[in-house]
Ligand binder design. Structure first.
Ligand code: TRP
Length: 457
């Protein structure tokens, strides 16, 4: 459904928002990031803490962001200017825009790898990958090739720009609707293959049997950051998407669905990776290359592996695309709403910026040794960006959202916005407690705990 000016573009159907928001939330965060972060942080205990944070922090912050967006019908900067005029809250909107472009820059590098693996599978590269070592070598050679990774980054950011130029309902929504369900089916299929591999049991144990002795401040901070990242929270993506939602929709229910789907997919992705990983005798602490090394070994061991492999990497690329669209859309909506830029010009400029910023991340896996292991920190450039922007900046964003809603704007306003057209604000008392006390206190405690123990990275 197209709308004509001056009305703002809106999601085209009732399920449009849930699909688009789920499209934003479900992406590499679930399938690439969740398994490797879980692997690095000890498995099942981390997963439990993660789920706990999705429920007590993720869901209320999600409801808050969507509500702010729908009330203001604006990008994050404009939204704060509109609902608390004259205050300094719009500066938080700027932080959102900056964080979004920063995340977009390195996220697109990984999305480029996914696309590259799609081409590799099509070319039959995985037929001989029967040992983890061979898979490892192939990955290392691939990511260390500057022309290839930068070329793929360029292709991927260009795709993102094209969709964002198309606008909300015609561009973003249409993609999400068709492709997400297919990805889910393929994920289930690969999980079935993985859990039936001989030796899969150890992986299931690692993933499902908690050992709390591995938990420390770093682990807890990483679980919270992962929850924010995976749900696309803390940088105004849901404020922006919420600004296109109809007043008839029940925000609580929509937010609930998005959180549920997103968590489900992450959990299934873990079930796909860990049994195979242990069956092959690999190391769960494999870092950002984890899924790219584990998955080819599953494809090599299943009938029609090339076909499923190619399909999987293609759909993962699409899932990444429905996420990068939301990362770029925040900056674009800001430039269009506040600075009166044309959508096309905004998308191209911000996309180009993300491309330039993405280059050091692209070169941080052997392309340039300085970036592969940064002096003093000992981690790669992409890792650093992923922790600073994809963890701490988002967590800070979630803290600010909860303080804003809890103490500046007020739960009464949230209620007013949600309870239109006979909609019920389910769990309102619980929401009030979570957003006013639980979210800010928990996040602050975690920050303090991390600082005191020095578990930053
Ligand atoms: N949530 C997406 C994923 O899991 C990534 C993403 C899209 C994101 N938009 C975001 C993360 C906004 C943080 C903020 O892949």
């Amino acid at each position: 459904m197209q709308q004509t000016a001056p009305a703002r573009d809106k999601w085209g159907s009732k399920v449009g928002f849930v699909l688009a928001a789920a499209g934003s939330a479900i992406g590499l965060g679930n399938i690439w990031r969740f398994p490797y972060v879980t692997g690095e942080n000890g498995g099942a205990a981390f997963v439990l803490i993660y789920i706990f944070f999705v429920v007590i922090i993720g869901t209320p912050v999600m409801i808050s962001e969507i509500t702010i967006g729908r009330r203001a019908e604006k990008n994050p900067v404009g939204a704060f200017r509109h609902i608390v005029p004259g205050s300094a809250w719009w500066l938080f909107g700027i932080l959102c825009v900056v964080t979004g472009i920063g995340i977009l820059s390195y996220y697109s590098v990984i999305a480029g790898w996914t696309l590259g693996y799609f081409f590799k599978t099509l070319g039959g590269s995985f037929a001989q990958i029967t040992t983890p070592d061979a898979s490892n070598r192939m990955f290392e050679q691939f990511v260390a090739n500057p022309q290839i990774v930068i070329g793929l980054l360029l292709i991927f950011i260009t795709l993102t720009m094209i969709v964002v130029m198309g606008g909300v309902s015609s561009g973003i929504e249409r993609w999400a609707k068709i492709l997400m369900p297919i990805l889910f089916l393929l994920l289930i299929l690969l999980t079935l293959r993985s859990v039936t591999l001989p030796g899969a049991g150890k992986g299931l144990q690692f993933y499902l049997k908690p050992d709390f002795s591995v938990i420390n401040a770093g682990t807890i901070g990483r679980a919270l950051g992962q929850a924010m990242f995976s749900l696309s929270l803390g940088m105004g993506a849901m404020i922006t998407y919420g600004s296109y939602i109809s007043r008839r929709e029940n925000i609580v229910i929509s937010a609930g669905y998005v959180c549920l789907f997103d968590t489900l997919i992450a959990i299934v992705a873990g079930l796909m990776i860990f049994p195979a990983l242990f069956a092959m005798g690999m190391d769960p602490q494999g870092g950002p290359g984890l899924v790219f090394i584990v998955l080819p070994t599953i494809f090599a061991k299943m009938p029609g592996g090339d076909f499923f492999g190619a399909g999987f990497f293609l759909l993962l690329t699409v899932a990444a695309l429905t996420s990068t669209i939301s990362l770029l859309e925040v900056a674009v909506a800001y430039l269009v709403d506040e600075r009166k830029w044309q959508r096309r010009r905004a998308a191209v400029t911000m996309g180009a910026l993300a491309l330039v910023l993405g280059v050091p991340s692209a070169l941080s896996f052997g392309g340039i040794s300085f970036l592969t292991e940064l002096p003093l920190l000992g981690i790669g450039f992409l890792d650093l960006a992923n922790i600073v922007l994809g963890n701490y900046s988002l967590t800070l964003g979630a803290l600010l959202i909860s303080l804003f809603v809890g103490y500046r704007w007020g739960v009464a306003r949230v209620r007013e916005e949600i309870e239109q057209h006979d909609n019920v604000f389910y769990f309102r008392p619980l929401f009030a407690v979570l957003i006013r006390y639980v979210c800010p206190v928990a996040i602050l405690c975690i920050f303090v705990y991390i600082v005191l123990t020095g578990n930053y990275f």
